[in-house]
Design a binder for this molecule. Sequence first.
Ligand code: SF4
Length: 76
Amino acid sequence: MSDPNDIRIAVFVCRCGINIAGVLDTSEETGLAGFALNLPGVVFSTDNLSLCTTTGADLIKKSIEEHNINRVVVAA
Ligand code: SF4
């Protein structure tokens, strides 16, 4: 069991196709996902085309498992 004081946050920024990505840089390289990775407790951050799809949900699940995440932020 992981230490409850070990806060491991994953941030998922949704592009919503071009609805959000058309007006905001969501990317890991130069945008919001990259900015979030520098915040305290954040150990994983990425953007995705559409988080409310099965593919998006699978990404969240896989990332939680791979990075031992215990907090999730979805920016959508
Ligand atoms: S999760 Fe929200 S912001 Fe993302 S694709 Fe679905 S409706 Fe759009």
